[in-house]
Design a protein around this ligand. Structure first.
Ligand code: MG
Length: 413
């Protein structure tokens, strides 16, 4: 059996229409989902995804460059192909390269599942649970609105909800400035003080309205310095968070040791980590409770499974990244991996299945019932890609939002 062709597609259904449940940040320019189709000489094909929001075309170029190396290879040799691609260009690692490998790796596992006539999670060790616990996002302009939005998810059966106020950075977002010209991102000005003062008040109110049992978490989105993050984690301790997400930026990962020494609030980090060397110190030093990698950004199913095996002896659970810029194919891959690992925590969730155009483009996204996601039981990843329909939703340029401090200094998004 041989690989005959590798096709790459970019599809942006969100730029064309507006959807309920997709964050407002994504509406400007939409999301360019990168889809790969690996075709074989025996007619079986596999689909994979390599979306790297706002850097999509770099991944497309990398996949097209790697394609020549793949033609003629046996698609069943997923482990060898992963290592071959990882070493093939010498400049191994990094988000663009790892996302390109991930797209191919997912497609190869899809082929393997179709050949075996089994869903991918069965090939990874079988089901460790009935379904994968997910969390949804609730936001609001004030604490009352946040409570209302948390309740909406709870009423729909969701068990874990992320609570933010005023989007990332909350009330610390002091003002917005329009883009210099059409097509460029706007600039938001952020200061941590008001944010640090208001988030504990938000959670005090949430607990007074919802009680202590509901599972709530909060995403700092890397907006704080280590000392500020420690202050926040400590102040949030009485409100029993499920976890505090991305308290600091990856550059400050060693500071997690200090934050941990100050608080028992559980910590989660890792949504922009892409290499196993980045996450291993988090495990062995016991700095975190949840690892937020996404299979799509660490090299695919092959590598995500290994990273979670490395996490297991250190008691670290998965909390895979799953914002709307991680599309339905990568979501399916994440669910297959988390079905098969003993240390599954929670999956961040976007409900693509409730949006018709996603069901038509990607028949069919994973289903959620009563707060748990389920893999499709069809052979492979259980999801497909409608090439013909995708032509109606072409690439549209997207840039990440820009954040600065009030004195004009660049601040990370
Ligand atoms: Mg996040």
């Amino acid at each position: 059996m041989r690989i005959e062709d590798v096709k790459v597609f970019v599809v942006n259904p969100i730029a064309a229409e507006k959807f309920e449940g997709i964050g407002h940040l994504y509406r400007r320019g939409g999301i360019n989902y990168v889809v790969v189709k690996v075709l074989t000489d025996e007619g079986v094909y596999g689909v994979g995804e390599g979306t790297l929001h706002a850097s999509e075309l770099a991944v497309v170029a990398t996949i097209n460059h790697l394609k020549e190396l793949l033609i003629g290879k046996d698609p069943r040799n997923t482990e060898d192909i992963w290592n071959f691609l990882h070493r093939a260009t010498y400049w191994r690692g990094g988000p663009i390269f790892k996302t390109a490998i991930a797209a191919i790796d997912m497609a190869l596992w899809d082929i393997k599942g179709k050949l075996a006539n089994m869903p991918v999670y069965q090939l990874l060790g079988g089901a460790c649970r009935k379904g994968v616990l997910v969390y949804r996002h609730a936001d609001g302009r004030d604490p009352k609105e946040v409570v209302e939005n948390v309740r909406k998810w709870l009423e729909q059966g969701y068990k874990v909800v992320r609570a933010q106020m005023g989007g990332y950075g909350g009330s610390g977002k002091l003002r917005h400035e329009p883009a210099e010209r059409e097509g460029l991102p706007a600039t938001t000005y952020f200061e941590p003080t008001r944010y640090l003062l208001e988030v504990p008040k938000l959670f005090e109110y949430l607990r007074s309205e919802l009680g202590m049992e509901v599972e709530l978490l909060h995403d700092v989105h890397e907006q704080l310095s280590p000392i500020e993050a420690a202050q926040l984690a400590k102040r949030l301790e009485p409100y029993r968070l499920f976890f505090l997400e991305d308290p600091v930026s990856p550059e400050h990962k060693e500071a997690l040791a200090f934050i941990r020494s100050q608080t028992t609030t559980p910590l989660a980090i890792g949504e922009i980590f892409c290499d196993r060397e980045q996450v291993l110190p988090l495990f062995v030093n016991r700095w975190i409770d949840y690892i937020r990698i996404a299979p799509m950004h660490v090299g695919g199913i092959t590598e995500a499974k290994k990273i979670m095996t490395l996490a297991e002896p250190f008691g670290v659970k998965s909390a895979f990244h799953g914002a709307a810029d991680l599309g339905p194919i990568s979501q399916a891959a994440a669910i297959h991996v988390q079905m098969s690992i003993p240390n599954c925590g929670v999956q961040e969730w976007t409900d693509f299945r409730s949006i018709q155009v996603f069901c038509d483009l990607f028949p069919t996204p994973c289903e959620v019932r009563d707060g748990y996601a389920y893999p499709n039981e069809a052979p492979g990843l259980g999801i497909d890609f409608n090439e013909a329909l995708a032509e109606r939703f072409p690439y549209s340029p997207v840039y990440m939002p820009q954040i600065r401090r009030t004195d004009g200094t660049v601040h990370g998004y």
